[in-house]
Design a protein around this ligand. Structure first.
Ligand SMILES: [Zn+2]
Length: 264
């Protein structure tokens, strides 16, 4: 009995000590746990522009978190210094990621016309089809487009084209050839902002939240997300799939058959 009382007193002392130290070391013990959100009307697409070599690091992260992304490739740069090789693109594609077109040499399509414009869009798509990718999605370099550029994208056999900013887009978007994305993910875009793009879309009635990434590195470029931030976001997004969030490639969201290649 005496031993039991001693034990109880010791336990109480230990508890007090633990609570006391917790108060000292944790400034906000009442911090609210993140509410779980149920997603009913939001679809997310992860897109990467330009085919930068550092993008390949995301392959394993995407796979681990049961995510698939759309990589818009500048086929004229494929395999050159700083860009992914054809084999790396094949690896991404083998995991279920989408490879889309982003022109032959990343020109602003509103500054070129006629045959040059068609070559930039159609030849790029032919190059990617030659790798046996299902090439249905396109992104305008710099997000710049006009009616002639939009027509070229249609005539070259694409099913959709992405611009930048203005998102979340409607589902289905008002125009599949100018659907809108969220603002670029840049060096100072933090993890909470990325999650807010998704949660705010849902609380606003839903829609299509299209993320635009460029480089994946620690500060190598203004348009870069760090590998750490991307991993954290991918893990969060992967987990939200249990709460109803739908993550799809752009081609899956828009749908449609793969059209034959068109010579420029
Ligand atoms: Zn680009």
């Amino acid at each position: 009995m005496k031993a039991l009382r001693y034990l109880l007193i010791s336990l109480a002392a230990l508890l007090l000590a633990a609570c006391g130290s917790a108060e000292v070391s944790t400034p906000a013990p009442q911090a609210k746990p993140k509410e779980a959100i149920t997603f009913k009307n939001t679809v997310v697409s992860l897109t990467f522009d330009d085919g930068d070599a550092d993008n390949y690091q995301t392959r394993s992260i995407l796979k681990e978190n049961n995510l698939r992304a759309t990589f818009y490739v500048v086929s004229g740069f494929t395999g050159t210094s700083g860009y992914m090789s054809a084999d790396e693109l094949r690896g991404l594609h083998a995991d279920g990621n989408e490879i889309g077109g982003h022109t032959l040499s990343h020109l602003n399509l509103t500054t070129i016309r006629g045959g040059e414009l068609k070559r930039e869009v159609c030849q790029d798509r032919l190059n990617l089809l030659a790798y046996e990718f299902d090439v249905v999605s396109f992104a305008y370099p710099y997000g710049h487009y006009d009616e002639e550029a939009r027509q070229a994208v249609i005539e070259c056999g694409y099913n959709n084209a992405r611009v930048v900013t203005g998102g979340p887009a409607l589902l289905p978007p008002a125009d599949a050839y100018t659907f809108q994305a969220m603002p670029y993910i840049v060096q100072d875009t933090r993890f909470p902002k990325m999650t807010r793009y998704v949660t705010e879309a849902e609380s606003g009635g839903g829609g299509w939240v299209v993320f635009v990434f460029h480089h994946v590195c620690d500060g190598c470029n203004q348009y870069a997300v760090s590998l750490d931030t991307f991993s954290k976001f991918a893990q969060w997004l992967g987990e939200q799939q249990k709460n109803g969030i739908v993550v799809k490639t752009v081609g899956e969201v828009i749908g449609g058959q793969v059209q034959p290649g068109v010579a420029p």
